[in-house]
Design a protein around this ligand. Structure first.
Ligand code: ZN
Length: 160
């Protein structure tokens, strides 16, 4: 079947920045799985999949505005170190996960103190032009349970 609203899509992808550096890839592992049209992925990447079928491969380049946003200035804030969810030694420049009211969120550490850390609240991929090489592996209809949860279940998806 072709990809449409609420399809469960299984796909392989490789994401590169404008210098050709590979930032993420599923090629060596399990493909990614997601429920289309439920805000599980960058909207422009979702849009590029509409009407495609298993076996199709394509590339798409997204400007920062269409990917993770432009870099905002003066975006550093200070938060208590205990809000950092990433375990281990913290160092400036590291990407870490931080607890916010809206849930966990990826940020970049700017300064690390004993009780507080300064973080750059820009998404770590903000400001980057990203190219995605995509291979559609499988397309199926979502189950009623998946639709009510707003995400895909099973291998590569959510466990509940
Ligand atoms: Zn679920």
């Amino acid at each position: 079947m072709k990809i449409e609203k609420n399809s469960v899509v299984t796909f392989h992808y490789q994401m590169q920045d404008e210098h050709g550096e590979v930032l993420e890839s599923t090629k060596e592992g399990d493909p990614a799985v997601f429920l289309h049209s439920n805000m599980n992925m960058i909207p422009s990447l979702e849009l590029s999949m509409v009407s495609r079928e298993p076996g199709e491969t394509y590339s798409i380049t997204l400007t920062p505005e269409l990917a993770y946003g432009i870099l905002r200035q003066n975006s550093d804030i200070r938060v208590p170190t205990k809000h950092v969810l990433t375990k281990g030694k913290l160092e400036p420049g590291m990407m870490v996960s931080i607890q916010t009211k809206e849930g966990a969120r990826p940020v970049t550490l700017v300064k690390v103190g004993k009780f507080n850390v300064d973080i750059d609240t820009n998404h770590p991929l903000a400001g980057k032009t990203l190219t995605f090489d995509v291979e559609i592996v499988d397309v199926r209809e979502a189950t009623p349970e998946e639709l009510s949860h707003g995400h895909a279940h099973g291998v590569g998806g959510h466990q509940h």
